[in-house]
Write a protein of this length. Structure first.
Length: 128
């Protein structure tokens, strides 16, 4: 969640990050890729970005560069290998990806007041 303070709303050059960085936990028995779908993103009041801050050992293909969010897109966040540790008993280690979202108001205008709900969907797919 990105929370705007009164100072942010009236700052025509605001850069506001999420208050808590989402962590996506992954368990998989095969090679995988994690995709972010923005088909239900909704109205944006500025330029929104996401950035991967960190990831664990089985996550081996990702970038830490900021990416601008656009509606109706699918972004491949990362790829990785299976996290199973004991195939016979079905034991899995858990890997994660830590994300940051932020809003940049570089419009030179005040941010418009209101409630904005911006939804993204995370999809874990087999990477074959």
């Amino acid at each position: 969640m990105i929370s705007l303070t009164p100072d942010d709303v009236f700052n025509t050059a605001a850069n506001v990050s999420n208050t808590v960085s989402p962590q996506i936990n992954i368990k998989s028995n095969k090679k995988w890729k994690l995709v972010m779908d923005t088909s239900n993103l909704g109205a944006l009041i500025g330029n929104y970005y996401f950035q991967i801050l960190s990831a664990t050992s089985h996550v081996n293909d990702y970038s830490t560069n900021p990416v601008k969010l656009e509606a109706n897109q699918q972004y491949t966040l990362a790829k990785g290998v299976g996290t199973y540790t004991t195939p016979i008993t079905g034991s899995y280690s858990q890997d994660y990806i830590l994300l940051k979202y932020y809003l940049i108001n570089n419009s030179g205008a005040f941010l418009q007041e209101g409630n904005y709900k911006n939804y993204v969907k995370y999809i874990l797919q087999e990477d074959g």
